[in-house]
Design a binder for this molecule. Structure first.
Ligand code: ADP
Length: 356
């Protein structure tokens, strides 16, 4: 359980003509929390309430123990004092300013001493070559990188991303994905990420909050594909196409099927995302002929999960390290030892994250 100092506590009610938003939730503030659900579920509204842009919600918001909203006492902390930055689908860049001007807008308005430096942000998002450009002359993906950069330079405590990829085509989505992953990895910033895309949840989420008709839902089977947030990433090369949208990839001598969001030509080096719970390990040749992939690897570490139910087995493969989450059994613990060569059998296709 997260301590108060690590939580965003929401206890909110808001009524529009066609939405009854009722959320009582404690969101752990680290990594990426995806707010996932169908269109009209109230995701963007909830994000605007957290940002303080939407003022009609009743209830309480507490950020790391600090009250931001208490409608009983009339407390309302305005958006700039919350130090929250928001990135929208349509970027909302200033058209009369250059890229540098837009970035500087965020930088000059930071009201905290800490926060990433200009060069850290422009390097992470490859913005230096764009600085003198007019924002009208940018592609959709470049605009999103600038919008992300402007938000980071405002030194937020919390970054709210509202469907940042929804307006982009598949190729542009694949282009911006590595930048998003870099922002998540390099800037120690909690992110709430609104999306209705299961793929984005699988690629980015540390945890998922599913919203349907204004309420948080749990155990909804239609969302299961989005719930497996634990994954490993390895390098592979595309060697063929099984059917439209499904690539055949090679990892060393191993072969693996992978869903593609954009087009990745044969010969392209890509990053694959593999669900940790979709892997099984075999000492010899793995059985299941219908498996989505089989790779060779060597056990490099074995750890137990904190609740003792799983074994996290790290395997060195030709594409990098993979972690398999296996249910513990005395059999598997007897079989596995460091430096053992094993075959990793993967039950469902990986997802191509982006071209390397
Ligand atoms: P989502 O982000 O999940 O697609 P939204 O939060 O954008 O959902 O919208 C949820 C519902 O609330 C929609 O039916 C929308 O029409 C309605 N809504 C959103 N903003 C307002 C508003 N300011 N006034 C009245 N209704 C609104």
């Amino acid at each position: 359980m997260a301590s108060l100092a690590e939580q965003l506590k929401l206890d909110l009610v808001l009524r529009y003509q066609n939405l009854e938003l009722e959320v009582s939730e404690e969101i752990y503030l680290s990594g990426v929390t995806t707010l996932f659900g169908p269109s009209g579920a109230g995701k963007s509204t909830l994000l605007r309430v957290v940002a303080g842009i939407e003022r009609s919600a009743l209830g309480q918001i507490t950020y790391m123990g600090i009250p931001w909203l208490d409608s009983k006492t009339g407390l309302f902390v305005p958006p700039h004092k919350r130090a929250v930055a928001m990135v929208f689908q349509d970027t909302q860049l200033f058209p009369h300013l250059t890229v540098a001007g837009n970035l500087n807008y965020g930088y000059r308005r930071r009201n905290r001493r800490c926060g990433p430096e200009w060069s850290e942000v422009t390097e992470a998002l490859d913005l230096d070559p764009l600085l003198d450009r007019d924002v009208d002359a940018l592609s959709g993906g470049e605009r999103q990188r600038v919008a992300l950069g402007r938000s980071l330079l405002a030194a937020p405590r919390l970054l709210l991303l509202d469907e940042p990829l929804a307006a982009l085509d598949a190729a542009r989505k694949a282009e911006i994905m590595p930048y998003l992953k870099r922002v998540i990895a390099e800037f120690d910033l909690p992110i709430i990420y609104v999306t209705h895309s299961k793929l984005e949840v699988r690629l980015l989420a540390s945890r998922v909050l599913a919203l349907v008709n204004g309420k948080v839902v749990r155990g909804n089977e239609s969302l299961d594909g989005a719930r497996h947030s634990e994954h490993s990433c390895i390098r592979a090369s595309v060697v063929g196409l099984e059917c439209p949208g499904l690539a055949v990839c090679k990892v060393g001598e191993g072969v693996m099927l992978a869903e593609m969001q954009g087009k990745h030509a044969v010969g392209t080096e890509v990053e694959l995302v593999i669900e940790r719970s979709s892997m099984l390990l075999f000492a010899g040749e793995g059985g299941n002929a219908l498996a989505a992939g089989k790779l060779d690897g060597v056990v490099s570490s074995i750890d137990r999960s904190t609740d003792g139910t799983l074994l996290h087995v790290t395997m060195s493969t030709a594409g990098g390290e993979l972690v398999a989450n296996l249910h513990r059994s005395s059999w598997i613990e007897r079989q596995l030892a460091i430096n053992d060569a094993m075959q990793v059998v993967i039950s469902k296709p990986a997802v191509v994250s982006y071209s390397l």
